[in-house]
Structure formats: structure tokens, C-alpha cells
Write a protein that binds this ligand. Structure first.
Ligand code: FAQ
Length: 335
């Protein structure tokens, strides 16, 4: 468990000496930093609840990235051309990389990688609902890039300004890669839409199946979002779930028109007064069923993840044995 040292090292500034002398001042100093939009860094004092919220959100995000490798990974061996296979391989590897940056960011808060992975593997930790839906067609891969990565970017660009430094910095790099993911998905769908009637029908079918789960991906409506108010007060979340969902709908409608697909919502229409689109009711019962482990692919996704982890045990053992050997050699040389 992380503990904050209250020892005053040599060279401590008067301001820091003052907060060490009066622990309440630590909270005040933290609040002032948040109000001034300054970054909180791992060595800074922070309230336990802030730390816990960050570990929860960053680790859920990391788990989403590595579980999110599976739906598209399902198509690597069946991509329709060498070019599409190379793009897909790069994208899925990026997702693994995003998971690793995010686990590293979470570890700076004092929770070990093993603890985080254990929570995922035992079903205690959440990951994004969206990755519990199947990829039935090649068109699904393009739709994931266009819509799922599109939603991820909408949600994640504001997190580049998150108050916690390591998370914010990880998100800057992740967002750059997500932009490529979104563009490759859209481009792949454009090519399919210029193809045969059967190809266009497959794209439309994939859009019909992914649209509503993607809207739900932004999380419950603001009124039911238990963590939002505090997350926004702390500068972890910058925009609410509903604000992000609305921005996504408004950005996506013109893209759908360019592609030539219909979004499966009869209530979707421009509202002149609001200068935003109205859209239909999201099935929140389905969302909670999926979040609670009862989606179409939850069991398969978790079983695959646990198996991949177990199959990789020899790699971790070998890396540790090698590190121990290197340490022993360094000690011998130093003696
Ligand atoms: N799925 O009070 P709120 C990606 C939970 S990465 C499952 O609103 P909060 C890249 C929530 O955890 C996608 N659970 O919560 C990619 C909370 O439960 P808890 C992941 C969900 O944290 C693309 C409860 O409901 N992105 O796509 C979901 O303030 C393609 C109440 O909700 C991130 O994680 C959901 N969709 O807001 C990879 C971004 N929504 O923990 C591969 C960072 C909510 O109290 C291929 N995270 N819940 O037990 C966030 O921005 C926030 O955590 C939200 C939720 C917006 C997801």
C-alpha cells in the first residue's frame, strides 16, 4: 500500500515545510493545484479517494485496451489482402501498447501490475462494454475503427488535460494513434461501399449492430453517472458522458452521409433550436447486462485473456531469471 512520507528532506521549501507541519494544509494545497489547473504528479500528496478513482478509471481503461484486441484480432488471419492485414496487425499491436502505457500510469499510483491484472482475471474489474460484442463480418473491423475508435477519441482527447500528469501524458500519445485507427476504419469502409451490393449490405449490417452499443459506450446518462460529479471536480473527467455522446453523434452523422450508410435510429434528426441532433432512447438494460458479465462475448473474452496470461507465464519467468542473473553478475563485478 502506498504511504506518503511526511519527512522533511534537506532543502525543503518553506511552502512544503508548512504543509508537512499541518496535514490539513496538504488537502488545501491539493485543492489549490486542482483549481489552478496544475498537474498532480505521483510524488505529490493526494486524497485517497482521488488515488482510488484514478486507479479505477485508468485500470478499466487499460483492461479495455487489451480485451479490445480480441474482437479485431479475430480477423487478422482472415483479412482480405496483405495491406489490410498489415494495417490490422499494427492497430491491434497499438492497442496492446496503449494497455501497457496505461498500466504503467496506474502503477505510479502505488498499485502493482499483478494486482490490476488479478482484478481483471477474476472478473472483479470492469472493462468497456463495447468489447463484449462479436465481429461477425470483415465489415465489423472497419466499423470498429470508424465508430469505436471514433468514440474512444471523443472520450479521450479531453483526458489529455486530466489533472493527473502520467495519465494525461499517456493519453496524448494514445490519441495520436487512435486517430490513425479511426481513419483506417473509415477508409476501409469507403472502399467496401464502392464495391458490390453485397459488400454495401455487409457494411450496413455492421453499422446496424454497432451503433447502439457505441452510444452506450460513453457510460450511463449523467443523472445515473455515479462518478461524474467528483471526477469532474477533480479534473479527471472534463466533459460529462452525455456531452461526449452528443458531440459524437453530431460528428458522426455527416460522416455516415459521406459513406452512404444509414444510422439505425428513426428518431435521429437535426434540432434547429438546440443546434444539435436529437437521437432515440438507448437500451440501458442491455448496457448493464453487458457490464455485469452477461453480454454476448463476456465469458469468451475473459477466458481468452486468462489463457493468454497463463500461456505467457514462461516469458515472465524467463525475464525474471535473466534479470536475477544480471543482478548477480553486477554484484560480483562490484565486489
Ligand atoms: N463499459 O459513473 P460512471 C477504446 C461503469 S478504450 C463498462 O459514468 P466514470 C480503445 C463505470 O466504470 C474504451 N462499464 O463512471 C479501443 C462505473 O462503474 P464503477 C475505454 C462502464 O468512470 C478502440 C459505472 O459504470 N475507454 O475504446 C462503461 O465516471 C478500439 C458508472 O459510470 C476508457 O476507459 C462502459 N462503457 O465514467 C481499443 C476511457 N461506462 O467503476 C480497441 C476512460 C461506465 O463505479 C479497439 N474512462 N461504466 O464500478 C472514462 O472516460 C470513464 O471511466 C467512463 C465512465 C466514461 C468510461
Amino acid at each position: 500500500m502506498y504511504t506518503q512520507s511526511l519527512d522533511v528532506p534537506d532543502g525543503t521549501t518553506p511552502a512544503l515545510a508548512a504543509v508537512v507541519a499541518a496535514p490539513d494544509a496538504l488537502q488545501t494545497r491539493f485543492d489549490e493545484k486542482i483549481d489552478a489547473d496544475q498537474k498532480i504528479e505521483p510524488q505529490d500528496w493526494m486524497p485517497e479517494a482521488y488515488r482510488r478513482t484514478l486507479v479505477r478509471q485508468i485500470s478499466q481503461h487499460a483492461h479495455s485496451e487489451i480485451i479490445g484486441m480480441q474482437p479485431e484480432g479475430n480477423w487478422i488471419s482472415r483479412a482480405p489482402s496483405l495491406k489490410r492485414k498489415a494495417i490490422l496487425l499494427a492497430k491491434v499491436q497499438d492497442e496492446g501498447g496503449h494497455g501497457l502505457y496505461l498500466y504503467s500510469a496506474a502503477e505510479t499510483l502505488g498499485t502493482s501490475r499483478d494486482q490490476l491484472l488479478d482484478a481483471l482475471h477474476t472478473g472483479k474489474a470492469k472493462y468497456s462494454s463495447i468489447f463484449n460484442y462479436p465481429t461477425l463480418l470483415w465489415a465489423d473491423v472497419g466499423v470498429i475503427g470508424w465508430l469505436v475508435d471514433g468514440a474512444a477519441i471523443m472520450n479521450q482527447v479531453p483526458i489529455c488535460r486530466c489533472s493527473y500528469g502520467p495519465y494525461a501524458r499517456a493519453m496524448i500519445r494514445i490519441c495520436k494513434e487512435e486517430s490513425f485507427h479511426q481513419r483506417q476504419g473509415f477508409e476501409s469502409l469507403m472502399v467496401q461501399m464502392r464495391g458490390t451490393p453485397e459488400q454495401r449490405a455487409m457494411v450496413q449490417d455492421a453499422v446496424n449492430r454497432w451503433w447502439w452499443p457505441v452510444l452506450a459506450m460513453f457510460g450511463p446518462p449523467d443523472a445515473a453517472s455515479t462518478n461524474s460529479a467528483q471526477g469532474m471536480r477533480w479534473g479527471i473527467k472534463r466533459l460529462s458522458n452525455d456531452e461526449l455522446r452528443q458531440k459524437f453523434v453530431d460528428a458522426t452523422v455527416p460522416q455516415a452521409a459521406i459513406l452512404g450508410v444509414t444510422l439505425p435510429d428513426p428518431d435521429l434528426k437535426w434540432n434547429e433550436e438546440r443546434q444539435q441532433h436529437d437521437y432515440g432512447a438507448i437500451d440501458w438494460d442491455e448496457f448493464w447486462e453487458v457490464v455485469n458479465g452477461n453480454g454476448p462475448c463476456n465469458k469468451e473474452r475473459l477466458a481468452n485473456r486468462v489463457k493468454a496470461h497463463d500461456d505467457g507465464q514462461w516469458v515472465r519467468d524467463a525475464a525474471q531469471a535473466y534479470a536475477a542473473k544480471q543482478r548477480a553478475r553486477a554484484l560480483k563485478e562490484a565486489a
